[in-house]
Design a protein around this ligand. Structure first.
Ligand SMILES: *Cc1c(COP(=O)(O)O)cnc(C)c1O
Length: 419
């Protein structure tokens, strides 16, 4: 069965021998991921090399501080992993400084706020009803509790960011920072516009590029790096690395950002994750990754067109990114009901806000299926299947069989992976 030895396969064997209950979870999840369609826009299949770094003894090492200036002994070797990750991130994104210690996208945003703001400061960000993230002022999140968030919106008809409103709110509310970034916006943010508004009112510009940073890495989306004071990102979405965060900024903010991560908001760095980030940045610098990033967008465009052809109301009429959001209401079904039917059929995706703000739509992403090797033809099939399932023109058993047939040709991991 084994095609090539995989360190991850060995790890799974060890787990199976010692703890079959947890091994069952691991292998069950691998089966779920391989046999259903992963259309969650925030997910991907990270590589066996990234998984190998994650499941390594680097996880044992305590390393508070930064390379060459740690609070623990014995960091000489792991320092090299962090230097590699930082240097590769700087080169990949053309940034003067990179912090790769943020444990998650939310931790990166928390650190950005900590670097630039004081509690009570006013921040202008995309409102949560229009696709802002929890860290953009949700009352359930530290951001909404500790800062005075003002939300801008999107045009109810076009679904596009309302630039006039952004400018007007900036002028009247004089925010200390403006955030551009979203969990569901399928178009590019106009970074030059946001920079201009931030400069006019003397605000910092924070780009929360958690979603598109992988497209930026692959040259398939414009970079916020030349415009934003701080760029926050995740490493596990389109970028396809380990679960984690990253912060990019200019040299002048480097020390403030580093201190905002450690010691202000985090303790010891996760050196196994940082090594895995270095691996992912290495992968993202290849021509293969650029081809992947372009294909992610091409696939999303075909998916959006296919859904529109079948009567779903595709937000903004299409997409520039990996993200497609659509309202199934014209098919007579609300977003939550549609998501439930799709889940039963093996199409895994999320609900999201819609431009008019009073109902939930469907949010799909093409990063994971593109990593699996699916192309335009498969996207057209997925669009047709999705509409048929939402309309209940096919039952869950038949739909599951089609999903199984579709996924069989595109295993996310090499045959040597345990199953
Ligand atoms: C995913 C996301 C985050 C948070 O990432 P986590 O790793 O889940 O904390 C922050 N901001 C935006 C815009 C996101 O899409």
């Amino acid at each position: 069965m084994s095609v090539m030895p995989s360190p991850t396969a060995d790890v799974a064997e060890v787990l199976r021998g010692q703890d079959p209950q947890v091994a069952d979870v691991l292998l069950g999840e691998l089966t779920r991921q391989s046999t259903t369609l992963q259309l969650n826009a925030a997910e991907n299949f990270t590589s066996p090399a990234v998984l190998a770094a994650l499941g390594s003894p680097l996880a044992n090492k305590y390393a508070e501080g930064y390379p060459g200036a740690r609070h623990h002994g014995g960091c000489e070797i792991v320092d090299a992993a962090e230097r590699l990750a930082v240097d590769r991130a700087k080169a990949l994104f053309g940034a003067e400084h990179a912090n790769v210690q943020a444990h998650s996208g939310s931790s990166a945003v928390l650190a950005a706020y900590a670097a630039l703001l004081r509690p009570g400061d006013t921040v202008l960000a995309l409102g949560l009803p229009y696709g802002g993230h929890l860290t953009h002022g949700s009352p359930a999140n530290f951001s909404g509790r500790w800062f005075d968030f003002v939300g801008y919106g999107v045009d109810a008809e076009t679904g596009l960011i309302d630039h006039d409103q952004v400018r007007a709110l900036a002028r009247t509310r004089r925010p200390k920072a403006i955030v551009c970034g979203s969990i569901a916006y399928p178009r590019h943010f106009d970074h030059a516009f946001f920079r201009e508004v931030a400069d006019e009112v003397g605000a910092y510009l924070i780009a929360d590029a958690a979603h598109p940073i992988g497209l930026v890495a692959g040259g398939a989306a414009p970079s916020p790096v030349p415009y934003a004071d701080i760029v926050c990102a995740t490493t596990h979405k389109v970028l396809r690395g380990p679960r984690g965060g990253m912060i990019l900024c200019g040299s002048e903010l480097a020390e403030r950002v580093d201190r905002a991560v450690f010691p202000f908001t985090q303790g010891g760095a996760q050196m196994h994750t940082i090594a895995a980030k270095a691996v992912a940045f290495g992968e993202a610098a290849t021509e293969d990754f650029r081809v992947y990033a372009r294909q992610v967008v091409a696939n999303a465009r075909v998916l959006a067109a296919g859904l529109a052809d079948r009567g779903l109301a595709v937000t903004t009429g299409g997409t520039d990114t990996h993200l497609v959001t659509a309202d199934p209401a014209p098919l007579g079904v609300d977003g939550r009901t549609a998501r439930g039917r799709l889940a039963a059929a093996g199409l895994v995706l999320d609900c999201c806000p819609l431009p008019h703000g009073d109902a939930r739509g469907l949010r799909l992403g093409t990063a994971a299926v593109t990593t699996q090797g699916m192309r335009e033809a498969e996207m057209a099939r997925i669009a047709a299947l999705l509409a048929a399932v939402v309309r209940e023109e096919t039952d869950a058993v038949a739909a599951r069989a089609e999903v199984r047939e579709l996924t069989r040709g595109f295993p996310p991991y090499p045959a040597s992976y345990p199953s």
